[in-house]
Write a protein that binds this ligand. Structure first.
Ligand SMILES: O=c1ccn([C@H]2C[C@H](O)[C@@H](CO)O2)c(=O)[nH]1
Ligand SMILES: [Zn+2]
Length: 129
């Protein structure tokens, strides 16, 4: 299990990335931060497009950023959004988390309270090759 101090750092980094969200259509800014096996942190924000379907989520941007940096083994991902409810990843992002076996997903509310859920709980019966 990821330690509380590491969770706090991941949430802080995700909040920083959220500041860079490009969300002129939904006005829903999202940030994500992944912790790699070798304790590096990569972040991402959502990037929308006038052609709505081209929008890329914060989580996938964070994961792909880490992969581009040479990291493929992850310990955890933190996700931050806007509004009073828990933010949870979309189905596409869950499948990408499955690809890289991200074991712990840190979900937050806007006041930074958090809960840790397993990828197995988020995506039972996942597709894999
Ligand atoms: O977990 C989520 C949920 C939504 N979004 C983005 C996509 C879109 O830009 C906006 C509204 O769906 O939020 C994310 O980045 N991650
Ligand atoms: Zn998504």
């Amino acid at each position: 299990m990821i330690e509380d101090a590491a969770v706090a750092i991941l949430i802080k980094k995700a909040r920083e990335a959220q500041q860079n969200a490009y969300a002129p259509y939904s006005h829903f800014s999202v940030g994500a931060a992944v912790l790699t096996e070798d304790t590096r942190i990569y972040t991402g924000c959502n990037v929308e497009n006038a052609s709505y379907g081209l929008t890329m989520c914060a989580e996938r941007n964070a994961i792909y950023n880490a992969v581009a940096g040479g990291c493929r083994v992850f310990r955890a991902l933190a996700l931050v959004g806007t509004g009073p409810d828990w933010i949870t990843p979309c189905g596409a992002c869950r499948q990408v988390m499955e690809e890289f076996h991200i074991p712990e997903i840190i979900l937050t509310k806007s006041n930074d309270t958090y809960k840790i859920v397993s990828l197995r709980a988020l995506l039972p019966h996942a597709f894999g090759l």
